[in-house]
Design a protein around this ligand. Sequence first.
Ligand SMILES: O=C(O)CCC(=O)C(=O)O
Length: 251
Amino acid sequence: MSNSIPFIRLEDIKSSYEKHGFFAIKDFIPQSLIREAEVFIKKLFATVSHKGETIDETVIRLNKENSHQLYLIYQTISRSIEIDQLRVQLKKAMDTIYPNLLHIELGAGLLFGIPGDERISYDWHQEIHYHQELENVIHFWLPVIHDATMDNGTMSVLDGSNNRGKLPFKKKEKAVPNSVTNLVIQNIDHLKIENQELFAIAKPGDLVGLHSYIVHRSNKNPSSNKVRFIISCRIAAINHCPSTFDFSVKE
Ligand SMILES: O=C(O)CCC(=O)C(=O)O
């Protein structure tokens, strides 16, 4: 599809990252490690699923009926060794783009793209506003369980928008108190004229990396019963100790 993020070779990711603000590599993560992460995720969901429910149905139900339970699952998954194993694979990409610096992990988690949901989806934003002090951060994005497609509301990016620097943003009012914090970029229609919107169409095992200045968002999941599952992980390249690891967005 001409408006999807193109796949490139590992050797070429630095130039794509600098020019376009993203890169994508096909089959970057070994399938054996993807399977292990999926088994962990599915077994954990099975502990709270109703009889005969698919994992998608469990996520959709918890999001409606028990969002705290969904949050506990999210927190537990982010601490799993299986997710750690995936993160270790990302070192090759960090070494290619930010050699000779120290690489530290800022937190990984499983994102859910839930049909019709806006509570935990991200509007147009730049990652830099969520970790102000740390400039050199790659935001890695990996589908698991299902492919990420237009049919389940995959992420989109504005090609080359990283070259515009830090853009003005507004904190969006939360529809419900436990929504994600959305720091939304202003004048997005204007940006979209010059920076083409591209979609991350990818399968489990594929890897997308984002520059901390690229403008991107979650799209509405138009399906009725398919959840999009994404492992998201941010790794910073540093040459000093950060002054804080509290990245919560202040009022
Ligand atoms: O929904 C997605 O896949 C994108 C999420 C996102 O924009 C983010 O984690 O910063």
